[in-house]
Design a protein around this ligand. Structure first.
Ligand SMILES: [Zn+2]
Length: 222
């Protein structure tokens, strides 16, 4: 007895279908494990944040969301290379991934807090902010609690370079000339108005060479 061609075609389709269904599940799982969200389908708050950052005149590239395990991740993050100022751009060194809302606060602080204080107190505009980075999968020193750095929601700032070539570091400036001390104290105070948590050399030994600037709604300022 011969099988009808129509029945054969049905049989082949059914077999192909069987193969396709279980095959699709692992593909889906792999995509989720990789933890990446294409920029093209960015969430509204991501698009909004990046639009705001663009309006500050900052130079940045959006980064795909990444999950590293152990509670560490970089989501809604950008790579920030420069921040827009009143007259030009301030470069930002060594930053890596930084959460977009934090980048916006940082851009405002650099322009309205740091650059203007540099011109008023030290007589020269800001050209560069040196950092010790943002993202780092680690705990708050001496605790079992994850640091805001584990979500790229904190920036460690180490030094400021002015147009006249002067470099004021947190390490040496905290105990340097009266003007440099005043500059660092003024920008530390203005950081406290903008960031949720600010830690400097007066807080503890771990912060003797940088300001820790953390995104959030708190008001911890030391
Ligand atoms: Zn820090």
């Amino acid at each position: 007895m011969r099988l009808q061609p129509a029945f054969l075609a049905f049989l082949l389709l059914a077999l192909a279908g069987c193969g396709a269904v279980p095959g699709s599940k692992p593909t889906e799982r792999v995509a989720r494990q990789a933890g990446s969200v294409p920029v093209a389908v960015a969430r509204p708050e991501v698009r909004q944040c990046q639009a705001e950052l663009g309006q500050t005149g900052s130079r940045f590239s959006p980064l795909t969301d990444r999950f590293y395990g152990a509670g560490c991740s970089t989501t809604n993050s950008v790579s920030l290379q420069g921040v827009g100022g009143d007259r030009g751009e301030f470069t930002v060194t060594n930053l890596g991934a930084v959460a977009c809302p934090l980048a916006n606060t940082f851009a405002a602080w650099a322009r309205y807090g740091v650059d203007r204080a540099a011109r008023q107190i030290l007589g020269s505009p800001l050209v560069r902010i040196e950092t010790m980075g943002s993202y780092s999968c680690r705990n708050v020193a001496g605790t079992g609690r994850l640091s805001a750095h584990s979500r790229a929601e904190a920036i460690d700032v180490s030094a400021f370079v002015l147009a006249d070539g002067r470099r004021i570091s947190v390490l040496s400036g905290w105990n340097a000339s009266r003007q440099e001390r005043e500059f660092l104290q003024v920008i530390h105070k203005s950081a406290c108005k903008r960031f949720g948590t600010v830690l400097g050399p007066d807080y503890n030994r771990a912060h003797h060479d940088h300001f820790h600037l953390e995104h959030g709604t708190g008001s911890f300022c030391r």
